[in-house]
Write a protein that binds this ligand. Structure first.
Ligand SMILES: Nc1nc2c(c(=O)[nH]1)N[C@H]1C(S)=C(S)[C@@H](COP(=O)(O)O)O[C@H]1N2
Ligand SMILES: [Mo]
Length: 405
């Protein structure tokens, strides 16, 4: 099968990448197998769910749907009907009554609240933020050795304008107790088996009170699709999507650190340099996954493409965890030499930032194209991919092997 071949070659590449670094590898035969392979999209079926166009199906129940990568070339914001979908539990309500829906704010607060959708819209200042929602396991299928779990390629992410009330304002209205350490969130989805723990996530209180953290009731100017968390979801700009609890129904202030399954056991990363380990490594400490790592992609071609000759335009996107993109560089020789790309409009530090670059393609030539983003924080992309047992945090430089006729 095509996918197997790709991963085996990629594995061979990773061995040399670890030993030599990107420069040398770019000259080796297997170099371009580092490439993001949107061409693999074709091995997964397209499936149509309510309020969604046909998306790539990883699982029907619970629904795991990936955005076909070409969508990211069409605009800086990901349309609601093309936005990826990820749920952990199979018990997802198929409708939610906006009239009777309430978010219960309780725990270590002065005044417990039961907020309706109308309360959220009218009693709190509406705020908008453009922000990337990216699954922790986005690109997990590119890990080598391979890792069980949702075999996402690069489409478990999306960028939208989220509108809602500040969580900080809601917490201020409830009045937090002195000893509050974390805020815990739960949604309307439920396990089908009693042994499965409910999907509960927690943020340290200082993170929860950041002004950009929203209880969002709109996405790109429309109500959220049910599968993306209608009627309200938590939006935590700059943080991995696992914290963006959908169909949010409970906000609880706690004086401890949450020790439920989804914080204590799942979604943890090694507390090691670059959060990377070797597959046989044991005995290291772990911490909950947290902020996004800087990434960039070429969006207007796929690995394996045949390009025209002469001046060619490369288009792509980049994002980091909220310092904003300072620069994107592109290479047409697998990372030996780099040239600055031109950045597109700035929609704020949590958004995708589009970019463009030109290169002149000679006839009958193979190129290994690559892009590398640098953030205002100084963070830049890794030359060698991370490895951890969750298949999280991929942010290495993506390469695309193309040729001209
Ligand atoms: N209620 C609820 N919220 C949830 C989840 C879930 O299973 N249940 N999954 C989280 C994870 S891991 C991801 S990647 C995002 C996916 O958001 P999306 O489906 O809107 O793309 O939702 C997050 N919020
Ligand atoms: Mo996720």
């Amino acid at each position: 099968m095509k996918r197997e071949t790709t991963s085996l070659t990629r594995r061979g590449f990773l061995v040399s990448a670890g030993a030599l670094g990107l420069m040398q590898v770019s000259r080796a035969a297997g170099a371009a197998d580092l490439a993001s392979p949107p061409s693999d999209d074709c091995v997964r079926p397209l499936v149509k769910f309510p309020q969604k166009r046909a998306l790539l199906e990883l699982s029907p129940r619970p629904p795991l749907l990936e955005t076909p990568f070409e969508i990211f070339d069409r605009g800086v914001f990901t349309p609601n009907d093309a936005f990826f979908v990820r749920w952990h539990l199979a018990g997802i309500p198929t409708t939610v009554d906006a009239q009777s829906f309430r978010i219960n704010v309780h725990g270590a607060v002065d005044t417990p609240l039961a907020l309706s959708l109308d309360d959220l819209r009218t009693k709190f200042e509406p705020v908008e933020v453009a922000a990337v929602n990216q699954c922790s396991g986005n690109s997990r299928a590119l890990f080598s050795p391979r890792i069980p779990g949702g075999q996402w390629y690069n489409g478990a992410m999306g960028n939208a304008i989220w509108k809602g009330a500040r969580l900080a304002d809601v917490l201020a209205k409830a009045g937090l107790g002195q000893g509050v350490k974390q805020i815990r969130f739960n949604g309307l989805d439920a396990p089908v088996l009693p042994v499965t723990p409910p999907f509960v996530k927690a943020l340290d209180v200082d993170v929860a009170r950041e002004p950009e953290v929203l209880l969002a009731y709109e996405m790109n100017g429309a109500p959220l699709p049910l599968l993306n968390g209608y009627p309200v979801r938590l939006v935590v700009p700059g943080w991995f999507a696992t914290y963006w609890v959908k169909m949010l129904s409970e906000i609880e202030a706690i004086e401890t650190v949450d020790d439920g399954f989804w914080m204590k056991t799942a979604y943890r990363i090694p507390d090691t340099p670059d959060n990377s380990v070797t597959p046989d490594q044991t005995g290291y400490k772990t911490i909950p996954i947290n902020r996004l790592r800087i990434r960039s992609f070429i969006t207007n071609l796929i690995s394996g493409a045949t390009l025209g000759t002469g001046p060619q335009t490369l288009r792509g996107i980049a994002f980091d965890s909220g310092s904003g993109i300072k620069a994107v560089d592109v290479s047409s020789d697998g990372g030996n030499t780099w040239q600055a790309a031109t950045l597109g409009q700035d929609y704020g530090p949590y958004s995708f930032r589009q970019w463009q670059a030109k290169f002149v393609a000679q006839p009958g030539t193979a190129y290994v194209l690559a892009c590398r983003a640098t953030a205002n924080s100084g963070e830049t992309q890794r030359a060698v991919p991370v490895w951890n047992p969750g298949g999280y945090l991929r942010n290495s430089i993506e390469c695309y092997e193309v040729r001209t006729a």
